[in-house]
Design a protein around this ligand. Sequence first.
Ligand SMILES: [Fe+2]
Length: 596
Amino acid sequence: MIILGINAYHANASAALVADGRLVAAVEEERLNRVKYAAGLPTRAIRYCLEAAGARLKDVDHIAVPRDPWARLGTKLRFAVRMPRFALDRIRVMRRFSGIREDLARAFGVDPQEIGATFHRVEHHTAHMASAYFVSPWDRAAILSADGLGDFASAMWGSGQGPQMRTLGEVTFPHSLGIFYTALTQYLGFWKFGDEYKVMGLAAYGQPEFLDEFRRIVHAGKGMSFRLGLRYFSHQTEGPEMTWRDADRTPVLGRLFSPYLERRLGPARKEGEPLGPRHHKLAASMQAALEEVMISLWRSLSERTRQKSLCLAGGVAFNCVANGKIFDQTPFERVFVQPAAGDAGLSVGAAFTVCHQLLGRPREFVMEHAYWGPAFSASKIRGALDSFGVPADEVRVAELEEKPLLESTAQAIAAGKIVGWYQGAAEWGPRALGNRSILADPRRPEMKEILNRRIKHREAFRPFAPSVLEEATGDYFEQTHPSPFMTFAYPVRPAKRFVIPAPTHVDGTARLQTVSRSANPLYWKLLRALADLTGVPVVLNTSFNDNEPIVCSPEEALDCFRRAHMDVLVLGNIFLEKRAASAVAETAGGIAGRTA
Ligand SMILES: [Fe+2]
């Protein structure tokens, strides 16, 4: 039985395919059409999922779409009267959804009648919750979804047992933790869609001196509830407006905060205005306010469900700084965060909702890794390299067996070189987890600045992340709960902060990826080789891209390698090294004699 999940017609379009109860493939459309946060019908993602399953569209039994126009109809109608523009926009989106069969038929060149699949509409937060619980390792768990807005709700919680989830409550529009965070992100001068994580990084630089005021902007209620101080916001009167930039088709969210917020907190930071201590304090206060509410929700959910395991999804679940506090601040002992916690993950959640909740099929799948995207065979990689035309006088190329490949890569990293690491299947979700990664030496304090200058061109305040051998997590971090999808930030042990300064943030934490041998054997072996060479089982890991979606194909990796100031590219078993030794010149002598 084949179930296709499709998140379509809004940002983070994606597709996922479940066959006989197991996930076969999942990918965001942006990886394939190269448009960041791509919307529309994800035809390339669907095509890839079908190919991975060896199926055609007419073989699909069920198509699950994570949007339910009938959900909370009363609330929707009430607000539609107050916000006619927003209501019209919603009606337009609904029309698109009702034509999805025809759109699919057109895109795949078949007659609509040939698509025999049953179509299912899955409510937005049900799909978020399912995207975490139904692929988690547990047979019983508490579940929480929190985001900006979906089907007119911003949070939903419940419990899972076997193949069924039970919803226990929800928070509806206009109250929303996601809208709170995005509004304040805009207020702090970050207007790009998806910039919230930047402010999360900024928060570490200040103290939450405005927390009292922020408690008026958002606060936890009794039990499982929270409220926005609506005077600080404009979305409840004007509706959250989403438009699309002509230049690159990326989404733009309209202003969410009100003039009252500026009267209370001072003028909003203009885009590009220098960041100062006031902005740091504001960001810290915003993060602290979010954490207070999240901790309250988690504690209440624990009390309500009496579960020790917690499953998280929805965009707020990307707040790894808050997530890192679950273990000290709540009774939960185990947490699973869906790697595509944002709306891309809805395709997985919708498909599994149909599989279990609707069809009652027993659970037999656990998402033990995030490598569900396209993979390219050795011959395809070789072919890409041949057709790309790498000039021999500029790049040294060697095909290596696994052991010398790992040793050469570890040596390059330890020597301060910047290494593109392209292996296996692309990651599902926004994090590079060791298959489409740029790797560097975490021991060099200057590496953050070098990476920013040469490749990433990011704001200087943003931290880079480490990957660590899972079995060494406790040696370097104050928490040991696995973080395979980079969704938790933990304090680095004080004695180790000088050992891995490059990915240690200013507040002494790091957003780590724990790497197990079973989840990614080759990446695990690379960390092992690095540990043998340097004594430190950690590597700085940032996404393989340069102001674009993460590379997917070997051609894109080669193109990024050529454009960016990278020194080495490990493309499958092929080791490419630029002959101009720029990294060595910049970083030589920075590490000699330093040990763990
Ligand atoms: Fe969502």
